[in-house]
Design a protein around this ligand. Structure first.
Ligand SMILES: N[C@@H](CCC(=O)N[C@@H](CS)C(=O)NCC(=O)O)C(=O)O
Length: 210
């Protein structure tokens, strides 16, 4: 059984969403997101750099949310939500999976980190990161002006991952992204699997309080 160590609103969301969309069973282990807990030897034993999420599957323990997504697809996806390696779309599938985390989520994460922990006088950092996030959204808008999903007419796991990051963009930059990106976001968040993921995500914080 997959066990996802997750804190509400954080990157485990994209892993939970892939499981929900595929119908793969999983359990959530709520994680106290405080800096103190993430610095504790108990948490560092699971994630040596003190970040969230972590996932286990039997004896296997891993971190990095997009790698987790890919693991779930490869082990349990039976070919769904990703093109075959022989498919002409495969290279772009990889491109969008990586873009979602390493290019798009990165400046947004810096805004969150900056607001939480850094000096308020460094507000120009926030402005710079908002600009970087917006450049990503503009690139996405051009894609979604031509097609409904990143790879064309068929949805893949990168769409789920990107829509998760869009939530961070809307929170940290603007609630009104360009029209084609907003339509994509509306399409993705209308999925029944999104509602189930949001419910599981919200319940994670409630379980910690209980
Ligand atoms: N690339 C990593 C990033 C993990 C990450 O930055 N997680 C955030 C929560 S979404 C975190 O733990 N932040 C705490 C910090 O950086 O201090 C992944 O995708 O799992």
């Amino acid at each position: 059984m997959l066990n996802i160590y997750h804190s509400t609103g954080t990157r485990g969301f994209r892993v939970i969403w892939v499981c929900e969309e595929l119908g793969v069973p999983y359990e959530i282990n709520p994680v106290d997101f405080s800096a103190d807990y993430r610095a504790s030897p108990e948490w560092r034993a699971l994630n040596p750099v003190g970040k969230v999420p972590v996932m286990t599957d039997g004896d296997m323990t891993m971190y990095e949310s997009c790698a987790m997504m890919q693991y779930v697809l490869d082990q349990y996806g039976e070919g769904r939500l990703q093109p075959a390696k022989s498919d002409a779309n495969y290279a772009h599938y990889l491109q969008w999976c990586w873009f979602a985390e390493s290019t798009f989520a990165r400046p947004l994460g810096e805004i969150t980190n900056h607001r939480r922990a850094f000096q308020p006088q460094l507000d120009d950092v926030v402005a710079e990161m908002q600009g970087r996030g917006t450049a990503c959204v503009e690139a996405l808008d051009a894609v979604f002006s031509r097609q409904p999903y990143l790879l064309g007419d068929e949805m893949c796991a990168a769409d789920l991952s990107m829509a998760y990051v869009m939530r961070g963009y809307k929170k940290n930059v603007t609630e009104t992204p360009p029209a084609n990106v907003q339509s994509f976001f509306d399409r993705m968040t209308a999925l029944p699997s999104f509602a189930r993921t949001l419910k599981a995500d919200t319940a994670t914080a409630e379980r910690l309080k209980a």
